[in-house]
Design a protein around this ligand. Structure first.
Ligand code: B12
Length: 211
């Protein structure tokens, strides 16, 4: 089977899990760069799916099967993207904020952080501010990393930062935020320490902040 980044993207958009996985394997075997497969194949496919959903061409079931294909394909790419860290770095608590169940991006961030040597405590999805606070109190992480994909749930980030502040924990952690609708401007407005546009930027910023 010959497979290119475009083939991978196409199968994910169409929600064809087995074909997407086979196309990723074939593209890797043909020497396609794994990082490019992730960015221009898988992540780009989800943008197209989002556009099709917005325009009414796709409905929730199509979005769900595309997400499933994406998740399977990421699993195949993982060993090619994630190195074996030479040293252990800091601890990070990650989670998708309250009201939000999107976790593909958060899981990629987790995967890249673990590959870079971070210990990651994953709180999952729909994580209430109090749960982030309890994790900071119990785990003493260096980083709290929040993900949001819905404009409305971005406000949960503001509430989580306020809850950390009220619990006297804000100064003890570096707070990073990300997710497709996020911007640097919003991150500044809610008092986050950094915004990262993708998982690579997240790891790079965490590394920089440890120095
Ligand atoms: C897949 C998907 C779903 C799947 C989610 C499956 C899953 N397990 O996550 C399903 C089908 C379940 C779903 C459900 C819904 N969805 Co949806 N979904 C999407 C879609 C198509 C792709 C999201 C995605 O996975 N992208 C790929 C990942 C890799 O990208 P990412 O998350 O942005 O992550 C990258 C970066 O942002 C960054 N990053 C992410 N997190 C973090 C954190 C930190 C700290 C840092 C530094 C970086 C970082 O790194 C990641 C990797 O590089 C988007 C469209 C879009 N353009 O985003 C809509 C979208 C987000 N969904 C939308 C909607 C409306 C919904 C629903 C409300 C639909 C409904 N009627 O029920 C529900 C939400 C339920 C809920 N309460 O959460 C809307 C949101 C609109 C808005 N303005 O807010 C979108 C934009 C679609 C659209 N165009 O309308 N969805």
């Amino acid at each position: 089977m010959t497979a290119t980044i475009e083939t991978v993207k196409d199968w994910v958009i169409r929600g064809k899990k087995n074909e997407a996985v086979a196309a990723v394997r074939a593209a890797l075997a043909a020497g396609v760069d794994p990082a490019a497969l992730m960015k221009d194949g898988l992540i780009a496919a989800m943008s197209v799916v989002g556009q099709k959903y917005s325009s009414g061409e796709f409905f929730l079931p199509q979005m769900m099967i595309a997400a499933r294909a994406m998740t399977e394909a990421v699993g195949v790419l993982k060993p090619h993207l994630v190195g074996v860290a030479a040293e252990k770095k800091g601890k990070a608590v990650v989670g998708t904020v309250a009201g939000d169940f999107h976790d593909i991006g958060k899981n990629i961030v987790k995967m890249m952080l673990e590959g870079a040597g971070y210990e990651v405590v994953d709180l999952g999805v729909d994580v209430a501010p109090e749960k982030f606070v309890a994790a900071v109190q119990g785990e003493a992480p260096r980083f709290v990393l929040m993900s949001a994909l819905i404009t409305l749930t971005m406000e949960s980030m503001r509430r989580t930062i306020a809850a950390l502040h009220d619990a006297g924990m804000r100064g003890k952690v570096v707070v990073g935020v990300g997710g497709a609708p996020l911007t640097q401007k919003f991150a500044d407005e809610i008092g986050a320490d950094f915004y990262g546009e993708d998982a690579y930027a997240c790891v790079e910023t965490c590394n920089r902040m440890l120095q």
